[in-house]
Design a protein around this ligand. Structure first.
Ligand code: HEM
Length: 410
């Protein structure tokens, strides 16, 4: 590996020093060749804003290895372990494909996630958020992740897809498996078991919706598969798995990180409380300040490319570090400062380019409602944990707290 310096990008210490580490990387260079999670595989980490945008809008960076390699090369790589051999039933999703296949799949679900359609869910999301606060209001304390930030988005996405909410704890376990690296044989076994359980569950769900279609997204997708040319069976499974995983892992962290940022910046919080009509731009700044999706999915380099003064070769791997780009001082003045009145919040927290987050309007609406509900109903909300005791989950992709105890006056 040609890199001059190795950064610690995976340990618990890194989780405590995340923003400081990225600041050091950005100062030294934009694009760094670093070992991946296995400690060996070299991956280019792209850290400065303009190069992150350039990478995500350049079609030489692909998710589908079939676009980077010939079938023979790919078979060879799968055999020697330099390209993963993924289960096609859960890995034929928007985040595994590029170009025409990606556009076809995205078109099938895009209508359900436009800002106008999503806005229609506002009253129901408000009702869910209020119901969650009702349950804990009299007790004067809650664990924000379990009691509020997790059940809100999972209930919303479950209702949208038509998944019975009673099954949500199973979904939480399966979903967590998809984003947690399985580094030990025990974890690999658990991941395989969870994958099979998820598929078996979806088999039953699809059969029920086929027999008795409803107005939900799963019924619409099952119909598209039955009609043949829009959606294959693997694509159907993969789409629902992606929507379940993407639809809640991320929003849980946005709500939690946003509450943490507000409670540790009392002047910003007071200014927001004095004018809650600024909530939309506040959510954008909170998303920039502590981005829940810290790194994109790894891309393959399909053809040699120059980026940030480095030459990335065909067959290399690259990750755009969104959480770093969003703290880049050359893009955002005083980028390490939370400024809810910031004029330019054109961050990359939802990615950029063709894979820009499909669920962004929903995530924005859920987070706005979550924050307004908490701030209006529990105005004395404060942390019930010292900042030094916060524990960030060891998930490379996400910046995500394991828990956030909070309290208020009753
Ligand atoms: C705060 C919450 C969220 C954040 C920060 C977030 C962030 C992102 C990012 C960064 C990507 C691009 C990944 C990449 O290029 O490697 C992405 C893609 C995606 N997100 Fe989200 N997301 C959030 C919520 C949601 C929700 C609620 C859904 C709902 C269904 C969703 C569905 C998706 C899907 C389907 C994709 C793949 C789009 C494609 O490849 O065309 N996300 N998201």
């Amino acid at each position: 590996m040609s890199t001059a310096r190795r950064y610690d990008l995976y340990s618990h210490d890194f989780r405590v020093e995340t923003h400081q580490t990225y600041a050091r990387m950005r100062t030294e260079s934009s694009v760094h060749l670093q070992p991946g999670l296995d400690g060996e595989t070299p991956i280019w980490f792209v850290t400065r804003f303009e190069d992150v945008v350039a990478m995500l809008t350049d079609d030489r960076f692909v998710l589908d290895p079939a676009l980077a390699f010939t079938p023979e090369e790919l078979a060879e790589r799968r055999a020697d372990g330099t390209a993963p051999d993924l289960d096609p039933r859960v890995n034929t999703s928007l985040l595994n494909l590029d170009g025409a296949d990606h556009r076809r799949l995205r078109k099938l679900v895009a209508k359900a996630f436009t800002p106008r359609i999503v806005e229609q869910q506002r009253p129901r999301i408000e009702e869910i958020a209020d119901g969650l606060v009702d349950r804990v209001a009299a007790s004067g304390r809650m664990e924000l992740v379990d009691d509020f930030a997790f059940p809100l988005p999972i209930t919303v996405i479950a209702e949208l897809l038509g998944i019975p909410i009673d099954d949500r704890d199973r979904f939480r376990a399966w979903s967590s498996t998809f984003v947690t690296p399985a580094l030990t044989p025990e974890l690999q076994e658990e991941a395989a078991r969870h994958g099979e359980e998820f598929i078996a569950y979806l088999d039953e769900l699809f059969a029920r919706r086929r027999a008795d279609p409803a107005g939900d997204l799963v019924s619409a997708l099952v119909r598209a598969e039955d009609e043949g040319d829009h959606l294959s069976e693997n694509e159907l499974y993969s789409m629902v798995v992606l929507l379940v995983v993407a639809g809640h892992e991320t929003t849980v962290s946005l709500i939690t990180n946003a509450v943490l940022a507000l409670l540790t910046h009392p002047e910003e919080l007071a200014a927001l409380l004095s004018d809650l009509s600024r909530i939309s731009s506040a959510v954008e700044e909170l998303l920039r300040f502590d981005s829940p999706v810290e790194r994109t999915i790894t891309r393959w380099v399909a053809a040699d490319v120059e980026l940030g003064g480095q030459r990335l070769a065909h067959g290399d791997l690259a990750i755009a570090v969104l959480g770093s780009a969003n703290r880049d001082d050359t893009q955002f003045v005083g980028a390490d400062t939370l400024d809810l009145a910031r004029a330019d919040t054109r961050h990359v927290g939802f990615g950029r380019g063709p894979h820009f987050c499909l669920g962004a309007p929903l995530a924005r609406l859920e987070t706005e409602i979550a924050l307004i509900t908490l701030l209006e109903r529990l105005p004395s909300l404060r942390l019930a944990i010292a900042e030094d005791d916060l524990y960030w989950r060891p998930i490379p992709l996400f910046r995500s707290l394991a828990s956030l105890p909070v309290e208020w006056d009753t």
